[in-house]
Ligand binder design. Structure first.
Ligand code: SF4
Ligand code: SF4
Length: 222
């Protein structure tokens, strides 16, 4: 999922300081699951913002709505009515959701209510960790399902740097050495021989360096 975290009320208050009528929009998918921008979180932030602005003697009228997915035009049409008459919109979706709403309402300011963090998983109670950088040509098969591009601090593709200590990464001892994990995993699945192959330089042309990417699935077009 896409993992995000809420902006502080202080930051958001400053972002919308000049507006008196604002729509807060939640998203029912990833950011609901990571407890950042679903219906519940939007409700709490709207309540807190009204209180904060009242205390500042700068009251604000906030309406709120949560749609299924902000990154899908199909659901954005549900915003037409709630967005009419407001001065600005705050999206509590990921960065893609914010931009999708901004494209849908070109005549209104649209602000991000969250800080989008990464593609990751829920690892423990209220703990999410990053697992994928979306490089565009997945190499997980070579590494036993553990991504060194994301999880090795040096993005090494041909073995460890040699600096790990007691299976911890030398760059950040809070984190496990990705190559220790890769070795153990390949050992467990009987594929240690994969490490004898030299991984050639990765083709980064599928990655993000050339600007925003696009996927066109002709097999799903009519
Ligand atoms: S190899 Fe690329 S696509 Fe696969 S998990 Fe790593 S960053 Fe993501
Ligand atoms: S200690 Fe391990 S995870 Fe950290 S940079 Fe070196 S090889 Fe990568």
């Amino acid at each position: 999922m896409i993992v995000a975290s809420p902006k502080s009320i202080t930051e958001l208050k400053s972002i919308i300081a000049g507006h008196r009528k604002v729509l807060f929009v939640g998203c029912g998918t990833c950011v609901t699951v990571c407890l950042a921008g679903g219906e519940r979180e939007v409700g709490i932030m709207a309540y807190a913002m009204r209180m904060a602005r009242r205390l500042d003697k700068n009251p604000v009228e906030i309406s709120q709505v949560t749609i299924e997915r902000q990154c899908d035009n199909e659901f954005l049409k549900d915003l037409a009515e709630p967005a009419s008459g407001v001065e600005a919109i705050v999206s509590f979706g990921c960065g893609a959701g914010v931009q999708a709403i901004a494209e849908r309402f070109p005549d209104k300011p649209v602000y991000a209510g969250l800080d989008t963090q990464f593609l990751g998983i829920l690892e423990g109670q209220a703990v999410w960790t990053e697992k994928c950088l979306g490089c565009g040509s997945c190499m997980l098969a070579e590494f036993g399902g553990i991504c060194p591009i994301t999880r090795c601090a040096k993005r090494l593709l041909n073995g460890p740097c040699g600096g790990s200590l007691e299976d911890r990464c030398e760059v950040d001892p809070e984190k496990p050495c990705a190559w220790q994990l890769i070795y153990k995993r390949l050992q467990a699945i009987g594929q240690l021989d994969r490490l004898e192959e030299v991984v050639p330089p990765k083709d980064w042309s599928t990655a993000w360096y050339g600007g925003a990417r696009r996927v066109v699935r002709r097999d799903h077009q009519v």
